[in-house]
Design a protein around this ligand. Structure first.
Ligand SMILES: C[S@@+](CC[C@H](N)C(=O)[O-])C[C@H]1O[C@@H](n2cnc3c(N)ncnc32)[C@H](O)[C@@H]1O
Length: 142
């Protein structure tokens, strides 16, 4: 088996890590990669996004990698911010942009891979910088 699907809510990370399909596919005694791509910005502060990431990280063996991309309001005008946020008001979850320091905090205590948490177009991109709306970072946990 090479793919498993777990129907679960990220806000209940224990149900994901402890799920049977994942347990059958992934050996958590070995390094793994956890990709939280464009999803953490749907978790409100009150829903404890840092606790969610801590729970996932606690299941990751030394040498594992964490990948996060996250919408930001850095460099965005108040008008654009309000417009962007309002688009998601009628969605199943509101979007919660976070600033650089807040995204960096998800990687606390990990070794960030160069170039760190940056505009995703600059994460080893060779094209011209695009507007910064999303941060991306990759880090290793020892
Ligand atoms: C912008 S998409 C990104 C999907 C994928 N990671 C990618 O990069 O193509 C955001 C996804 O997060 C999912 N999502 C939002 N809140 C979630 C939650 N609390 N638990 C699990 N998934 C969630 C949405 O259903 C959607 O599929």
């Amino acid at each position: 088996m090479h793919v498993a699907v777990v129907e679960a809510d990220l806000r209940n990370p224990g149900a994901i890590v402890g799920s049977r399909p994942l347990g059958e596919l992934v050996d958590f005694n070995e390094p793994v990669a956890v990709l939280l791509v464009a999803v953490l910005h749907f978790v409100k502060d009150a829903e404890d996004p840092y606790g969610i990431v801590a729970t996932l990280r606690s299941a990751m063996a030394p040498g594992s990698f964490l990948v996060i991309s996250h919408v930001t309001q850095d460099g965005v005008s108040g008008e654009e911010y309000a417009g962007g946020v309002s688009v998601y008001e009628k969605a199943s979850a509101p979007v919660i942009p976070r600033r650089h320091g807040e995204v960096l905090k998800f990687f606390d205590g990990m070794d960030l891979v160069d170039p760190g948490v940056v505009n995703i177009s600059q994460w080893r991109g060779d094209g011209p910088p695009m507007r910064q709306l999303i941060y991306g970072g990759v880090a290793c946990q020892w």
